[in-house]
Design a protein around this ligand. Structure first.
Ligand code: NAD
Length: 541
């Protein structure tokens, strides 16, 4: 068979479409939205490439119009989990035996399908199923997912080409094997790109995967499987099941062939899974890899030297885009007294123009939160802030669930630096602000560092370079993604590898070589060309 050392295409970030009013691209996307909106879906699980229906159907809901009939998806039980595991294991040898170039080609083709013929489809599915506006869906479902696929292919080849040195008379090599067994991907509702990345990056490294998407992201998950099928992903390599999270985890995490968990979601669920893995540790054939990216309580720390309008804009975009349902969303801000009046004025002027409603109208900056649970949780924080003597609502605060789960962008001002909304992850369009005395800058940095158990993202705003340096050092462990004079959201694959530490996750940086390394098990090979024929070393005389 002919041989070569192939080079993959150089990865560049997918350009983000602007969707300006009246443009061809916005018309095309909205046409796809309208067509999809009228469709009555009947979405099966996909196990071994086969569509699996159970008759146990669950209604698909659109967050901004929860009564609208979008059809159903089929929910599976533990027999389907078992089937998905066995199917993955059966697909393993053939998938692993295939040259990596073919794996690369499949995922590069998937990226091109999303960039081209599937772009409107995956974007429309994300708009409808997860209530994202045209910009939010474009940067997620299209661009970030495309970037994950293209950059990971490049990172994979960089990993494969990393080799040890060799001494005289010997040749050392390393080989990058997939993990022994099957992998488990569990994904959140809030990013189609994450949902696609978690199973595909494990598969790219030669692994076979059981993938359980969130029950609130089924529509765009279906599109991901359609794309992968068209891209040529062999049956059984990624198996998508719609099953109960807890029961599925019980079944998968007690299986002797379980080899790796790639999770993104809440801290609570991740910790429960880690515990289960610990309890099962003696049953596994190999120590499983555990990667989890979880919650955040992301901060914006403002110095008296900061530019006011820049701060106000970063707070509005950082806290309210996608209704604050980004793990990186700004949810607590610390503003010096000397700037507060001006920052408030600038926020007020900008927030007056914000529109909220269906993503079908691209002029809506804010859409709905994902479901009733999220709506009730946000409403609870707002109601308690209204009643509390320690806090007041200074912007927003209205909640309306008649048609969709709408929470108005809300700002809570509190005098208590330990107030609940400054400490806890809310995951909604609610920003809490604490105004500090300018002379307390250094102590406030400590407060920022110590107020929450998380360490995902954070921003510092200042023009004074000494202040930036001080914050940079004081907040060294307060955020896995640290921003200077920018909002804490919007990490781009290949540019700002993403992930946090402390209670925010294992910080294995999605969309980077560091993450892919977790899905491979290295074999070192030493070959000696002329083998010694006597045990005696020179020192033995
Ligand atoms: P979630 O934890 O509720 O659900 C995540 C996944 O876990 C879903 O597929 C869900 O069905 C499954 N699940 C639920 N209970 C389970 C259980 N007991 N055992 C096993 N699986 C279970 O999270 P979500 O609401 O989908 O997403 C929001 C959360 O995700 C937020 O906390 C957010 O900060 C976090 N998040 C983090 C990042 C990051 O990169 N750090 C990115 C996106 C989201």
């Amino acid at each position: 068979m002919s041989k070569s050392i192939s080079q993959v295409p150089f990865a560049v970030n997918e350009p983000v479409r602007a969707y300006e009013p009246g443009s061809y691209e916005v018309k095309s996307l909205l046409a796809a939205y309208k067509a999809m909106w009228k469709t009555k879906f009947d979405i099966p699980m996909i196990i071994g490439g086969k569509e699996v229906t159970t008759g146990n159907t669950v209604r698909l809901q659109s967050p901004h119009d929860h009564k609208h009939d979008l059809g159903v998806y089929h929910q599976g039980d533990m027999s389907h989990v078992e089937d998905a595991i066995n199917t993955a294991l059966a697909a393993k040898d053939k998938w692993n035996a295939m040259g990596w170039e073919h794996r690369a080609a499949i995922f590069l083709k998937a990226a091109d399908l999303i960039a081209g013929p599937y772009r409107d489809t995956i974007n429309a599915a994300t708009m409808i199923g997860q209530s994202k506006n045209v910009h939010q869906t474009e940067i997620d479902a299209a661009c970030e997912f495309i970037d994950f696929l293209r950059f990971n292919v490049e990172f994979m080849t960089e990993i494969y080409s990393e080799q040890p040195i060799s001494d005289a008379g010997i040749w050392n090599r390393v080989e990058y094997r997939p993990l022994e067994g099957f992998c488990f991907a569990v994904t959140p509702f809030n990013f189609t790109a994450i949902s696609g990345n978690l199973p595909t990056c494990m598969a790219m490294m030669g692994n076979v995967v059981v993938w359980k998407p969130s029950d609130k992201q089924v529509l765009s998950a279906k599109v991901i499987m359609d794309v992968l099928k068209e891209a040529g992903l062999p049956d059984g390599v990624i198996n998508m099941i719609f099953t109960d999270g807890k029961e599925t985890a019980d079944k998968v995490l007690s299986h002797p062939d379980f080899a790796g968990l790639h999770f993104t979601g809440s801290t609570r669920v991740f910790q429960s899974m880690w515990k289960q893995i610990g309890e099962n540790i003696q049953n596994y054939k190999t120590y499983p890899r555990i990667v989890g990216e979880t919650g955040g309580k992301d901060f914006v720390m403002v110095h008296p030297s900061a530019e006011v309008d820049g701060v106000a804009t970063a707070l509005i975009r950082g806290a309210f885009e996608y209704q604050g349902q980004k793990c990186s969303a700004a949810s607590r801000a610390y503003i010096p007294k000397s700037l507060w009046k001006e920052v408030k004025k600038s926020m007020e002027a900008q927030m007056k123009t914000i529109k909220m409603g269906s993503p079908e109208d691209p002029s809506n900056f804010i859409n709905a939160v994902i479901d009733k649970v999220a709506f009730d949780r946000c409403k609870g924080y707002i109601e308690r802030a209204e009643k509390s003597k320690e806090s007041k609502i200074i912007f927003g605060g209205n909640c309306d669930d008649k048609k969709g789960w709408f929470i108005e962008p809300t700002v809570i001002l509190t005098e208590n630096p330990q107030y609940e909304s400054l400490r806890e992850e809310i995951f909604g369009p609610i920003l809490s602000i604490y105004v500090y005395q300018d002379e307390d800058w250094t102590e406030t940095l400590k407060l920022v560092d110590e107020t929450s158990p998380y360490s995902l993202t954070g921003s510092i705003f200042a023009q004074d370079r000494y202040a930036i340096d001080e914050a940079y050092k004081a907040l060294e462990n307060a955020a896995g993604n640290f921003y200077i004079n920018d909002k804490p959201t919007g990490a781009v694959v290949g540019q700002q590898p993403f992930g946090g530490a402390r209670a925010s996750g294992t910080n294995d940086k999605a969309g980077s070589k560091m993450n892919l390394m977790r899905w491979t098990s290295v074999r070192s090979i030493k070959e000696t060309f002329v083998t010694p024929k006597n045990y005696k070393y020179p020192y033995l005389g």
